[in-house]
Design a protein around this ligand. Structure first.
Ligand code: COA
Length: 149
């Protein structure tokens, strides 16, 4: 059974482990820690007492929710955990006033793009050379007015 709860300082080691295995350019430990103290949403997914995913979202310009990062442990992917984490984060961002949600994704990251499209995100623009290795980012938005919880 999957449990979703707010992240806390004791979760950071596992969050950082997942971050490092998930991204070619992982966020530093200190940044993942700093978001714990930033207003917004920071959730972890737990299976059998083990942290197997996390998602961070913040509010920008009062009503734009911004997904900063989402990742699921390699051994637990494709079981709906990313979807549950993202939906919960979106719902919490709505409670904080979000009317739309923004996310950036590498154009080669088909898994993430498919996940976002399935939830209802749509491509708004591309930012060429956005990432440190020059890869293009696709900027996607979810409009919450019509969003099914
Ligand atoms: C993106 C990520 C969070 C998805 O997590 P997940 O728990 O595997 O996602 P889900 O099981 O909820 O998948 C939901 C849908 O996304 C799509 N999807 C997920 N992984 C996919 C893959 N490898 N290939 C194609 N589609 C995929 C599918 O449509 C899937 O639905 P389905 O399984 O019914 O076909 C996970 O792959 C991950 O941690 N990747 C590395 C970190 C990352 O890239 N984060 C996003 C940064 S922008």
């Amino acid at each position: 059974m999957i449990k979703i709860r707010k992240a806390n300082i004791n979760d950071l080691k596992e969050i950082y482990r997942i971050e490092k295995e998930s991204f070619p350019d992982p966020y530093p430990y200190g940044l993942l820690k700093a978001f714990l103290f930033h207003p917004g949403v920071y959730l972890v997914a737990i299976v059998e007492e083990k942290i197997i995913g996390y998602c961070i979202g913040i509010i920008r310009n009062e009503d734009i929710g911004h997904i900063i990062s989402i990742a699921v442990d390699k051994n637990y992917r494709r079981r709906g955990i990313g979807t549950i984490l993202l939906r919960n984060t979106i719902n919490e961002l709505m409670k904080l006033g979000a009317r739309k949600i923004r996310i950036e994704v590498r154009e080669s990251n088909i898994a993430a793009i498919k996940l976002y499209e399935k939830i209802g995100f749509r491509e708004k623009e591309k930012i060429y050379g956005y990432y440190s290795d020059d890869e293009t980012a696709i900027v996607m938005f979810l409009e919450l007015e019509n969003h099914q919880k």
